[in-house]
Structures are given as structure tokens and as C-alpha cells.
Ligand binder design. Structure first.
Ligand code: FES
Length: 578
């Protein structure tokens, strides 16, 4: 330990020569922990998001044991603290509703327990930003260990072997099923495909995007986040993380020493190069808010204009995370960006090195998976749109939309609930064509509440049967990172608080212009003022419990949907808790 033992936070519990110190030591000895270990070793919280309803984290209890082994080998004392797993597909109404609750829980877990630092084991969508938001606020040394992507799968269809990935292909096959191209038996058989093992979705969905960004921020060890969950290297990396956190505690290497604006802009550049999930814009903004760094939609748009999509991974490309790992993973991708002067190389990471030092040995092993800058997958990934329909901004993954929608004008078809929309989409006589602009509102942070991933709006069945696979869709919701299509998301302010989306009527014309970054409702100002005067805010949907608290305090998408009372760091030094 390069830092005096007396300066450790855990000493407040275990070193005191009084009745409380006696009780703390006594209770830990009750669990078999030796007294001398409490007095001589830094205490590491192993925050584990394992649960039997979090399939992506099914292996994390085993990995927690490997992390503990590493902590012990380095002279620390590991103690496991469970946190909610937030299984993305399982938790209803949406895991986003509980991201801030997880953040609150992790912050309070760290505050209330005798720990000097933490290794966080997570990865399924919201668990990455949720756990880290809390840890950033608490500002103890913390190291993130990603659950890792699940194994790839292959499927033979129409005599062709195809690579299939979780999430993305579910949506594709569902559209084919709706169009009658996949029969009932084949549809049932597909349930057993795509998810072959524990681990996070193997496409560049929200999970892989967020774990990659965490590595880009410097909060995970280089090359660790793309290791497949079932790879022996994943087990070894867990042990290495356990070893390293003890060193970090010795160096007092806290998030506040790593998370500069430069680090966040690096992560934003990586988001663009990955063709990553639109959800990351919200999560990264919220994490920056905890670190006291301002990150705006304009920052993301500026990065999107400079950084092309290089990662050839579903849903933008046609490979999976396992291929990305073999191709060199995130260090290889970042070395491409560094070579073009697109990264700040002075930012430090959890291993104590600068980004420039971390990328020194990085090699791209497959240029088809990690493309060179002069042969990108797309020159445009995420774009930020503004206009009279989204004065505070909206986002769109332009690279995942049919190119014809880059400039589009069409008649709106508006719905106030996903159920009403789903019912209408099944109507064979629905008044629409492929140029129609589908609109869903009251799906934002307050309106839904929790801003669910409803933004990949369903297409009309009659058009699916005619082979249509994309339309312009606009909402104040989010969209799963594994999905694709011309979906304009996160429209702000949201309809439930009187954003202009609340004023759109079916039959109005809407213009989308990606190059001009414009989203325009073609209705005169006088008419909009008349509609605004008639507008009534909807009654809050929940009157009690956590959801009531959520509705009262969640911020809008451009602020990261954090709670207004959780932004920023906890006070240092911590108030005396004894
Ligand atoms: Fe867990 Fe996709 S459902 S990462």
C-alpha cells in the first residue's frame, strides 16, 4: 500500500478502540473473517448484479469468486455486495425506470458500508450506467468488470447460413413472421436460437455500447469489455480486476481523477465509431453530470460529424461482438481514432496509464470488422435533430435507417399509447403508405413514465406484407440499441410536459432532413398557438411509491434523465457517520 493504512475509510469501522469498533469487528468475525485481516487489509466491495432473473449476468457469481481471488492475492479483503440485476428483457415496465434507483442503491451501498473501493460486475443495458453513476457520485476507487457478450449463433435459413445476434434478429424475424414469411412452427423454434449462453447481447446494442464506453472512459481495464462471457480469458480478467483494485486503493485513484471532459469526449467519439446505441447519449450525459462535466447534444452532434462508423457490427454492420474481440476489441478501434487525431491521449485510466500508453500495443487484426477511416461502414452514425418539433433536440441513428429517409416529408399518423398503436398497425384498412410518418407520444421520461424502448415503432402489417421494412418513426421514447430503422427518438421536451410533439395531429405534414439536422412540423405558428391554448397536461399516471418520486424528479433526455437531486458528486470529506 502506497497510502497509509490509517487513511482507509474502512478504518473508521474497524480500527476504533471503542464499543462500536468492537461490535464491527465482532460481527465480521461472526462470518469467519479474521480480526487481523480487518485491521491490515483494504476492504473491496465486489458489487455483483447477478440474479436468476437477469440472464445476461447468470455467470457473475462465479466471476465474483475470481475477482475475490485477485483481491486476496493482492492483499485486500473482498466482500460481496449484491445489487439489482435489471434484466433488460424481463423487468417491466422498463429497466430505465430503475436505472436511477440502481444508481441510488450503489451510492448508498458504498456510503453505508466499510469499504475502500469497489469492483462492479454488470453489463446488461442499464446496469452499467446505473452502477457507475452511483459509484462516480461516491467517488471511491472503482473498477468496472463487464459481464461480456454471449456466444454468437448461426442459423440456416433458405439454404443460407447466417450469423444471428440477440435483439436485432428477433425484430427482423418478427417482421418476417408478421409478413407471413416465417410460419408458426419456425417462429417457436427460433426462441431457442440467438441466446446461446450467459452474457450480454452480442450485437452493438446498449449493453456492448455502454461497456465499450466505460472502457473508453478509462473505468475498465484495456481490452476487457469485449471478452466473450464464456471465454477462459474472461475468468482470468476477473482475477486481474480484483488484483488491480487493491493497487487503485493504494494510489487513491478515484473517478474524479479520471473523468475529465476529455475522457467523456473520447467516449463520445468511440460511440460514433461503434455506430453505438442511441441510449448511450442519455447514459453518458447522466454519468458526466455525476462527474461534474457538462456534455451536451451539440457535443454529440459535433463528434458525429467528425467520426465515421468503423465497427462492422449488427445492427449497423453484419458481425457480432465475438468478431470484434478477435479483431482486437476496443483498443484496436481506439487506435484507429487516435491515429487520426480524434482522441485526447492524455486521459488516465484505472491501470494508471494514459490513453496514449494504453493504445501503444493495440493492433487491428481484422480490417473487415474494424474498418480503416478511409473505408468506413458509414460516414454518419448518430445525428442530433432540432426544429419546431424538437426545440431541445432529438436523436437518430442515421446509419441504421434506409438512405431514402435522409430527406423525407410525409403525413403524420399519431398515437398516444403503444397499445392503441399496436392495434391500429394490425388493421388491414389503415390509412397509410410507406411515406407516412408514424408518431408515438407520451412515451418520455415523465409521460410513460421511464422512457421505455418503444421508439422502434411497429410497422403497419399491410405494408410489411408488401415488403416495406422501414418508415420514418418519431417519438419521445428511446429505442433498443439492437434495433434499426429511421427512428427519431428522445424528442424533447416530451409531450407530457407540453413539448410540441403534444400538438401534432394525424394528417399534419412532417419534414425530416438529416443533412440539415432538421425536424419540422409543417403547421403555421398561429395554428400551433391555438392548439397550445387548448392543450391540457395529462394527469400523472402514478400517485405513490418510487414511480411518483421518479415522475417528480427525473430530468429530460438532453440532461440524461437523472434525478435532479442526484446530479454531481457526494460531498468530500463525507459527513461523520458515527
Ligand atoms: Fe441483457 Fe441485452 S438483454 S444485454
Amino acid at each position: 500500500m502506497s497510502r497509509p493504512l490509517e487513511s482507509l475509510r474502512s478504518r473508521r469501522w474497524f480500527a476504533a478502540n471503542d464499543m462500536r469498533g468492537f461490535a464491527h469487528r465482532q460481527r465480521l468475525q461472526q462470518m469467519g473473517v479474521r480480526r487481523e485481516d480487518l485491521l491490515t487489509r483494504p476492504v473491496v466491495a465486489v458489487i455483483d448484479t447477478w440474479s436468476e432473473l437477469s440472464p445476461c449476468h447468470a455467470h457473475l457469481r462465479e466471476r465474483a469468486e475470481s475477482v475475490k481471488k485477485g483481491v486476496l492475492m493482492a492483499g485486500g479483503l473482498p466482500l460481496e455486495l449484491p445489487a439489482p440485476g435489471l434484466g433488460e428483457v424481463i423487468v417491466k415496465p422498463t429497466t430505465m425506470l430503475y436505472r436511477n434507483l440502481l444508481a441510488l442503491e450503489v451510492e448508498e451501498l458504498l456510503r453505508s458500508h466499510p469499504v475502500d473501493g469497489a469492483v462492479i460486475l454488470a453489463g446488461c443495458d442499464k446496469t452499467t450506467p446505473g452502477t457507475l453513476m452511483g459509484a462516480i457520485s461516491m467517488n471511491l476507487p472503482v473498477l468496472f468488470f463487464a459481464a461480456g457478450p454471449m456466444l454468437s449463433d448461426r442459423l440456416v435459413r433458405d439454404g443460407r447460413t447466417m450469423l444471428v445476434g440477440a435483439g436485432t434478429h428477433t425484430r427482423m424475424f418478427w417482421d418476417d413472421h408478421q409478413a407471413g414469411r416465417i410460419g408458426a412452427d419456425e417462429w417457436v423454434a427460433l426462441e431457442a436460437t440467438m441466446t446461446r449462453s450467459p452474457g450480454t447481447c452480442n450485437t452493438m446494442g446498449t449493453a456492448s455500447t455502454m461497456t465499450s464506453l466505460v472502457e473508453a472512459l478509462g473505468l475498465a481495464l484495456p481490452g476487457s469489455t469485449a471478452i466473450p462471457a464464456m471465454d477462459a480469458a474472461h475468468v482470468r480478467m476477473a482475477t486481474t480486476c480484483g488484483e488491480r483494485i487493491v493497487g487503485m486503493i493504494g494510489e487513491d485513484l478515484t473517478p474524479s481523477k479520471l473523468l475529465t471532459r476529455g475522457a467523456f469526449l473520447n467516449a463520445g467519439a468511440v460511440l460514433m465509431a461503434l455506430g453505438g446505441s442511441t441510449n448511450a447519449v442519455i447514459h453518458l450525459t447522466a454519468m458526466a453530470g455525476r462527474a461534474g462535466v457538462t456534455l451536451t447534444l451539440d457535443d454529440f452532434d459535433a463528434l458525429g460529424r467528425r467520426v465515421p462508423v468503423l465497427a462492422n457490427i449488427f445492427p449497423t454492420g453484419d458481425r457480432l461482438m465475438e468478431d470484434f474481440h478477435y479483431a482486437g476489441g476496443l483498443p484496436a478501434l481506439m487506435s484507429r481514432l487516435a491515429g487520426a487525431g480524434l482522441l485526447s491521449l492524455e486521459e488516465r485510466g484505472v491501470d494508471g496509464r494514459t490513453l496514449g500508453e494504453r493504445l501503444h500495443d493495440a493492433v487491428v487484426r481484422d480490417p473487415e470488422v474494424i474498418r480503416p477511416l478511409d473505408r468506413p461502414l458509414s460516414t454518419e452514425g448518430l445525428v442530433v435533430l432540432r426544429g419546431n418539433l424538437a426545440p431541445d433536440g432529438a436523436v437518430m441513428k442515421a446509419s441504421a435507417a434506409e438512405p431514402r429517409f435522409r430527406r423525407h416529408r410525409g403525413r403524420a399518423l399519431v398515437y398516444d399509447s403503444p397499445l392503441a398503436m399496436r392495434t391500429a398497425m394490425a388493421d388491414p384498412d389503415l390509412d397509410c403508405d410507406e411515406d407516412t410518418v408514424l408518431v408515438l407520444r407520451h412515451a418520455g421520461p415523465i409521460g410513460a413514465p421511464g422512457m421505455p424502448e418503444w421508439g422502434g415503432l411497429p410497422l403497419p402489417q399491410k405494408l410489411l406484407q408488401r415488403g416495406v421494412r422501414d418508415m420514418v418513426r418519431i417519438s419521445d421514447a428511446r429505442m433498443s440499441g439492437t434495433h434499426y430503422g429511421a427512428c427519431v427518438l428522445h424528442v424533447a421536451p416530451e409531450a407530457a410536459i407540453g413539448g410540441p410533439l403534444a400538438l401534432v395531429r394525424s394528417g399534419d405534414e412532417i419534414e425530416l432532413d438529416v443533412a440539415a439536422r432538421r425536424l419540422h412540423l409543417c403547421v403555421g405558428d398561429d395554428e400551433l398557438a391555438r392548439r397550445r391554448a387548448e392543450w391540457q397536461p395529462p394527469a400523472p399516471r402514478y400517485e405513490r411509491g418510487y414511480t411518483k418520486l421518479y415522475q417528480a424528479h427525473v430530468t429530460q433526455a438532453p440532461e440524461g434523465c437523472d434525478f435532479d437531486f442526484l446530479q454531481g458528486r457526494a460531498p468530500t470529506p463525507e459527513p461523520d457517520i458515527f
